[in-house]
Design a protein around this ligand. Structure first.
Ligand code: PBG
Length: 328
């Protein structure tokens, strides 16, 4: 027998051969586009996220049109709330005439075929920037917060949201939201749980974008978001959320947590989503802007890696660029 006996390179000889044997593919149908929307007029660029802006409602309709023309299945909305509307309990979060309910119903009436995902969490609305209500010691109160998240999610569902995505990491909120949605006639509203959400420093640019960096100050979210050291705990979080009625699970951030995506996809039969967060986006953009990496190739590679790990969908600020590239 001549050496080498096995030639793995034989299968890599030509582009058609490599395509034929690809184990995973990235498609436009994998993409969810996160969008920031504000109450003011016009677009405000987000300095730490090149190419990303806070949109007004007209800008949002244009983005939705773009999403549809690129065949992106869904958008995820994040509100930027003016300082005077922020309170300690975040009451603007369940104002039926608030920004998110208005733009959700605007989107669904104009573009009924576009999926609309909304974030369930109080941080854009609280004067202290935490995802829930706090006591005098600054501790985020679990059960009190869950009852407010319930009001927020019902307001979003009433406005026409297709998917509510709790990103707050309170205990027991999935069960409460599922029961509330069933009881109030929203049994088709889907729950995408940010089940394994880590207390990550990669959310920095997002907090600039929604303006919670300033309100949060030096405080952190370590008493509710997960420790970056833990993997088995993520599986426990995910199992609980499925038992409580989540339809889909999310891991967040993405690239530093591919092990968690991989394991979740292996262990659970529910769809697993992954969020390529603002800090990941900012890093790739910054390196590309310096000419240190190839922007398109690194973007596609980072997204395909999520598919390889087992994700069935990806929230990414690159959604329009990636879709345009994939549609070529
Ligand atoms: C807030 C929320 C955050 C993100 C999505 N929803 C930030 C946080 O928890 O402080 C981060 C998204 C990103 O960084 O792109 N509930």
């Amino acid at each position: 027998m001549s050496y080498p006996r096995t030639r793995m390179r034989r299968m890599r000889s030509d582009d058609w051969m490599r395509r034929l044997t690809a184990e995973n593919t990235l498609s436009v149908s994998d993409l969810i586009w996160p969008l920031f929307v504000h109450d003011g007029c016009g677009e405000e660029a987000v300095a730490s996220m090149p190419g990303v802006a806070r949109l007004d409602s007209d800008g949002l309709w244009r983005a939705a049109e773009q999403a549809l023309s690129l065949n992106i299945p869904a958008v995820a909305l994040f509100p930027v709330i003016s300082e005077e509307k922020k309170t300690s309990d975040g009451a603007e979060a369940w104002n039926e005439k608030g920004l998110i309910p208005r733009v959700v119903s605007g989107l669904k009436s104009r573009f009924p075929e576009l999926g609309v995902i909304v974030d369930v969490a109080l941080d854009p609305y609280t004067s202290h920037g935490q995802d829930g209500v706090i006591n005098d010691a600054g501790m985020v109160l679990n059960d009190e917060t869950v009852s407010l998240l319930r009001r927020q999610a019902l307001t979003q569902a009433a406005a026409g949201a297709d998917i509510v995505a709790p990103s707050d990491m309170m205990d027991g909120r999935i069960g409460v939201l599922r029961d509330a949605l069933e009881a109030e006639g929203f049994s088709n509203v889907k729950i995408l749980s940010y089940a394994a959400k880590y207390a990550s420093a990669f959310y920095g640019p997002f907090r600039d974008a929604v303006g919670s960096a300033g309100t949060l100050g030096k405080a952190d979210k370590q008493t509710y978001q997960m420790s970056v050291a833990n993997r088995r705990e993520a599986l426990a979080e995910m199992r609980l959320d499925l038992e409580e009625g989540a339809d889909m699970l999310m891991v967040k951030p993405g690239m530093p947590y591919l092990d968690v995506v991989r394991e979740a996809a292996y262990v659970f039969d529910a769809p697993i989503f992954v969020y390529q967060v603002s800090g990941e986006y900012a890093m790739l953009c910054a390196a590309a802007a310096n000419g240190w990496i190839n922007a398109d190739l690194c973007m596609v590679e980072s997204l395909l890696a999520f598919k390889r790990a087992g994700a069935c969908g990806i929230l990414t600020y690159f959604a329009p660029q990636a879709a345009a590239l994939l549609n070529q």
